[in-house]
Design a protein around this ligand. Structure first.
Ligand code: 5GP
Length: 190
């Protein structure tokens, strides 16, 4: 079987996947982040074209109509999607792509590219701890926190459809577990 080209990290919002994705990209030069397009507002700590391509709803709908997205979802009232151009860029640059997407996006990418996709689900130790993490990062309003917690409960039900499921309790342990999987599934594969 071919070496996997896509590492797909999925977890409920606040589950820790962005931190882990950033760590892997800084450590492994052959990895690159799949920059999604979104219509959500940019947060103060984010950079357009690096964290996301922040675009208008009109432009997003145009991308859907032009068949420019591998998959897309409407989440918390905003569109999020993976541009096909990200996959082409990774291929040209000979990079392994790391995706930070919701569960449906992950399963959809796997459906399109079953031989290329490595799916890892990260779950918080409990909904109470997820709530604490969401509150601590101070990027969401009260209403948004409630929406994210409700969605998390639904997303957790998809965990057993992922080849790997890691409970993100202590970040360092989680990183080391994700790395072990990647080393055995990608780095050590010929
Ligand atoms: P946030 O607004 O916290 O950055 O992201 C909200 C949710 O959207 C997260 O679960 C994130 O993984 C997911 N997401 C980000 N980009 C994409 C994408 O391109 N496709 C899908 N399906 N979900 C995405």
């Amino acid at each position: 079987m071919n070496k996997k080209r896509f590492i797909i990290l999925s977890s409920p919002s606040g589950g820790g996947k962005t931190t882990i994705a950033r760590y892997l990209i800084s450590k492994y030069k052959e990895f690159s982040f799949s920059i999604s397009a979104t219509t959500r507002k940019m947060r103060p700590n984010e950079i357009d074209g690096q964290d996301y391509h922040f675009i208008t709803k009109e432009l997003f709908v145009q991308m859907i109509d032009n068949n420019e997205l591998v998959e897309y979802e409407q989440i918390f009232g905003n569109y999020y999607g993976t541009p096909k151009s990200e996959l082409n860029r990774a291929k040209l640059q000979n990079k392994i792509l790391i995706f930070d997407v919701d569960v449906k996006g992950a399963l959809s990418i796997q459906k399109h590219f079953p031989d290329d996709s490595l799916l890892i689900f990260l779950s918080p130790p409990s909904i109470q701890i997820l709530e604490q993490r969401l509150r601590n990062r101070q990027t969401e309003s009260e209403q948004e926190i409630i929406e994210r917690l409700n969605r998390a409960i639904t997303e957790m039900k998809f965990a057993d459809q992922f080849k790997y499921h890691i409970i993100n309790n202590i970040l360092d342990d989680t990183i080391s577990n994700v790395e072990k999987i990647i080393i055995s599934e990608i780095i050590n594969k010929k």
